[in-house]
Structure formats: C-alpha cells, structure tokens
Design a binder for this molecule. Structure first.
Ligand code: SF4
Ligand code: SF4
Length: 185
C-alpha cells in the first residue's frame, strides 16, 4: 500500500526532471505514432509475448486482396498487413483497425488458429468482454479484487509518506511492507 501512495505522490508532487521525461515522451508520441506503447512499455512487451498464444489470428485472402494497402495504413502498430497472409507479430493488439479499413468484403478476417474458422467481429468482442469479467469474478470469489485498506489508513500513511524513500530492490520493498505492517498493529 505504501508503494501505491508513493506512486500517487510521484504524480501529485512531480519533480522537474520527471516532467521533462514525460514531456519528451509526449512529444515523441506525437511525432512517432504510439512511441511509448511500441518501443518502451514493459506491459506492452508482456502483452506482445502473450499474443503469441492467442487462439485467433488476422488472415488475409490473397485471392481477393486488391493490394490497396489501406489495412497497413490503418494499423496503429505499422504492421505490413498487406504483405503477409497471416499477421504474426508481437505488436498486433487485435484492434481490428485493419479489418475495418479493408474495402473488399471477407479479405481480412479473424480466424481461429486451430481450425481456420472465421470468427465474427462482434462475437470476438463479446468473447473478450466475457473473458475479462471472468477474471474479475475469479478475483472477487478468491478475495483478490478489493484490498482491505480503509480510507482512514490511507490518510494515516499519507502523513508519513515523505519520510519514506522509493524502494529500488526487493529487500527495500520488503522493509517498506514490514513498516506498513508495524503501523497497522
Ligand atoms: S489487428 Fe490492429 S494491430 Fe493487428 S494488424 Fe490489424 S490493425 Fe494492426
Ligand atoms: S485493405 Fe484489404 S484489399 Fe487492401 S491491401 Fe489490405 S487486405 Fe488487401
């Protein structure tokens, strides 16, 4: 919890250096589309790895394709969709912008990777929502969705937050957690 408060303080009392770094990233994101997401975000890298295990793939029918490149232009990750039969990229987020941009019916489709069956876009969207809420439900059932920290406790920790440094390794994180436990007792 102290770590969460430290994160909140990072933005609430932002330093000049942090402001310069964030402004630079903001500027680079204007010049280079999705700069942070594509090149620096560790969460994006993790999602990219997970995407290799996705049961679906974007597939292009080369017989129907008229090579207009609209799909590649629409792709936020700049994937050359018009040059491949199957999109196999850790940068593909399955946003379906390429499918929406394609002017030729049924040329770009979502297919399941095992039986090569076409999946309706709406069904895919519903599937993602269902999976999301299943994760939430599992979290709630096993008591992992909400923490048990009261607003009063947050206020108490906030008073001492400046006396605590940012942890930079596991042992410092453990020390902070121990301090938090002592304050709770
Ligand atoms: S689904 Fe989105 S990220 Fe993936 S290739 Fe198509 S436009 Fe690009
Ligand atoms: S938008 Fe459709 S028709 Fe045009 S290049 Fe891409 S897949 Fe082919």
């Amino acid at each position: 919890m102290l770590l969460i408060l430290k994160c909140i303080c990072f933005f609430a009392k932002i330093t000049q250096f942090s402001l310069i770094v964030i402004s630079t990233l903001f500027f680079l994101s204007i010049v280079i589309r999705n700069f942070w997401c594509r090149y620096l975000c560790p969460y994006g890298a993790l999602l990219g790895l997970i995407s290799f295990f996705s049961p679906t793939r974007i597939k292009r029918d080369t017989e129907l394709c008229i090579n207009c490149s609209l799909c590649s232009k629409a792709c936020p990750s700049r994937i050359k969709v018009d040059k491949v039969k199957t999109v196999l990229s850790d940068e593909c987020t399955s946003c379906l912008s390429c499918v929406d941009a394609c002017p030729v019916k049924d040329t770009l489709q979502i297919k399941d990777r095992f039986f090569n069956k076409t999946i309706n876009k709406k069904h895919a969207a519903v599937g993602v929502i269902v999976v999301y809420f299943l994760f939430v439900l599992v979290g709630i059932i096993f008591g992992r969705w909400n923490n048990k920290i009261s607003a009063q406790e947050y206020r108490e920790y906030y008073k001492i937050i400046n006396s605590l440094g940012h942890p930079t390794n596991n042992s410092q994180i453990n020390d902070l957690n121990k301090k938090a436990e002592q304050l709770q007792n």
